[in-house]
Design a protein around this ligand. Structure first.
Ligand code: FES
Length: 105
């Protein structure tokens, strides 16, 4: 079973099943984590699905779009490893992906 590792705002690390073909945001939401609002439901218009990706895993992800980059720029919590979790589609190559939910602005 591929695994997605999620660190919630309180610093607790959780291991959940990574579902191939599903956006990481939906996997987080469907596992009942309430730290992430994901207000636009994945329409790439809110940035409330902001996560920090394990720095050594960034290269596994496709490049971000201009829209994603601009939305992340609106966050005062942006870091070099910031991504929008609704834009990361999980697949087997991402087994063990570690994302940390970013604080809300
Ligand atoms: S859920 Fe709104 S941008 Fe990802």
């Amino acid at each position: 079973m591929p695994t997605l590792i999620v660190t919630t705002l309180d610093g607790t690390e959780h291991r959940v099943e990574g579902v191939t073909g599903r956006p990481v945001m939906e996997i987080i939401r469907d596992n009942g984590f309430t730290d992430m609002l994901a207000l636009c439901g994945g329409a790439r218009s809110c940035a409330t699905c902001h996560v920090y990706v394990g720095p050594d895993q960034l290269a596994l992800l496709p490049d971000m779009s201009e829209d994603e980059n601009e939305l992340l720029d609106s966050s005062s919590h942006r870091k070099i490893n910031s991504r929008l979790s609704c834009q990361i589609v999980f697949n087997g190559a991402l087994d063990g992906l570690h994302v940390t939910i970013a604080p809300e602005d």
